[in-house]
Design a protein around this ligand. Sequence first.
Ligand code: AZC
Length: 826
Amino acid sequence: SLGSDSAKAERMFRLMDGFLKNDSISLQQDILRHVEYTVARSRFNFDDFEAYQALAHSVRDRLIERSHDTQLYFKRKDPKRVYFLSFEYLMGRSLSNSVINLGIRDQYADALSQLGFEFEVLAEQEGDAALGNGGLARLSACQMDSMATLDYPAWGYGLRYEYGLFRQVILDGFQHEQPDFWLNFGNPWETERVHVTYPVKFYGVVEEENLNGEKCNVWIPGEVVEAVAYDNPIPGYGTRNTITLRLWAGKPSDQHDMEAYNTGDYINAVVCRQKAENISSVLYPDDRSFQGKELRLKQQYFFVSASIQDIIRRFKEAHSNFDEFPEKLNDTHPSLAIAEVMRVLVDKEHLGWNKAWDIACKIFSFTIHAVIAEGLEKIPVDLLGSLLPRHLQIIYEINFTFVEELKKRIGLDYNRLSRMSIIEEGAVKSIRMANLAIVCSHTVNGVSKVHSELLKAKLFKDFYELWPQKFQCKTNGVTQRRWIVVSNPSLCALISKWLGTEAWIRDVDLLTGLRAYAADPDLQQEWMMVKKVNKMRLAEYIEAMSGVKVSLDAMFDVQTKRIHEYKRQLLNILGIIHRYDCIKNMEKSQRSKVVPRVCIIGGKAAPGYEIAKKIIKLCHAVAEKINNDTDVGDLLKLVFIPDYNVSVAELVIPGADLSQHISTAGHEASGTGSMKFLMNGCLLLATEDGSTVEIVEEIGADNLFLFGAKIHEVPKLREEGSPKMPLQCARVIRMVRDGYFGFKDYFESLCDTVDGGKDFYLLGSDFESYLEAQAAADKAFADPNKWTQMSILSAAGSGRFSSDRTIRDYAEKTWGIEPCRFPSDG
Ligand code: AZC
């Protein structure tokens, strides 16, 4: 009805500024109303957690209002949408981010203080939504924030795991995993859409039927599970636009098991129904390689099928043909979407294979986050055939047509044909999901320049030669809203003061304006103060977590990320042992020259990743020795921060002086942690891998500490192996082997990875240059003004690493979508 008279509708949108008011009294009333009626506590008697719940609900009301307005507006304008399909999202907490993006943080803080509460204290009550493993998942979250802020008509889709990424508990220095039942106390941010449900089919058989003289395939499922939508509002900053992240949860379908009920096996039938809910219950915590597990494949199809049904339903409401819906596949996890779209268009919409394929090829774009072949998903044909029989037929058909075409292009080069085929022959015949995604997508994106080149030269060389135009680069980015404004309020205020504007929060390129003042003593002084405040916060946290008191004068040197051999936390620990060894062997009189360090390591190891778990244990064993050595005192401390997650990162990153991004060259697709540290004026000590190369382009090699082998040198160094092991490295490994830190036998296999003849990750050959880079960092830190200048220049050059830039790139060059902004000032 609104669309019938567009001038009138436009006026109405302008006039209607929502029902909820944001003055202090209204906010207080809203919070108390939620205490009384939502939390069901007396408004005269409620604790911090209950206050947080009421506060969150009152914020949610505002988000819902905006989200309705946005959706209505999109519906009326009907712009081309983007649908972002990602299997994982690491959202972290929502409260602070929401009120900041809504522009009412101060109002809330004021309202709460009138009620006798402190905003920060209540914000601490919130748990993290950790529906993902690492970089890929946090990237999805950052990109959602940018899509909302830049007013793009976007939807995110994912899975509502009941158990997020495990909680890491350290006992005796060993990692233990505990389930993260994050929904235990309810989730005030989501809205269950009981009416938005779709059946998702599994197993069964495909039968051919005759429809008006044409043959068509009908899939008779063996199991049907209902997917129900949970909507999570994602507010943009400085705009009223609020988009939706729709997560699917499993619930039993009424269509199934009627037989069992009829035959009287009531108990069993109920148990079967319950099984349906398990589909979305747990996130797989291993981010290394695909295991070919049935439940995992079920999860993937479940989320893909529900999302595609939802997209098509919405699309058909406004369109009579299928030409215009773009989608984005975040990594290979949602690649089944391709087969699903084909199934719907061919079997249900009866468009015919060729027409359906034309449409499918226009709508998908694919971003890949893996660097090595082992990171790519391969689904055993038997598994796919039993779970999704129709999809297997479709994938075979796609492959047949593709290979026939390919033969015409490249002739009968059987090696190449078999490398490019979607089906991998071999002991276990499998579907190569990345090949499927490439064949159908109009663009294949790498996540940094280095990575994009590697995709073309190595991983997908054959495809690049066939379709060079498909391959693009979209360097990752992170959102400055979360990583500066939310997590580092003092730096945020300082930047705004010196730039004379807050506009950089939406237009991050303005940060380059700081360059002009990098040498200004006043700015430097204030900059140092901000760092000090953040270090204080972090030091308090460290003491509370580990009992270790650290000196604020020391350099805080941080490496926090998933524990992986290629990320080389082991190199860091060996470097720390070397530093300890040097201090111990130093003349006492020399010690005053040592730059004191607090080395901070944090991150989770996949539960089945033995070597990674040994690295965590080694870190604790070394810490135990060093931290209890009074002879060394404040010159060196080592702390492991347990249970690293988004909210811990918000505390750690602003407090870091130096951060390490030291992967073996050619192994990190991009790396986004480095971007967050950079924005916070933390200096990087890094290898020339992933996004570092582009960071160097922005801030200059003088403003960070580079070391290590270059990508093209890696193969040769690997061949040479450990004969090149430098003495210093051999010595620290010997200390570990000799039981200097205890647990001698346990660390043996860990040491073998370095000096056992292979040294695949090149710790030995990079060791010397690593120590040199560390020495350069020490030297720079000894000159506080110089260091601060480098720090300012780091933050000033971080604009290119905003996810706003990434998303704009995608929108303009890949998706072909335009902003669609609700007509209001936000
Ligand atoms: C990561 C890459 O390892 C990292 O380099 C990159 O910055 C990030 O994706 C975002 O592109 N990959 C993953 O996290 N992969 C999985 C399966 O979790």
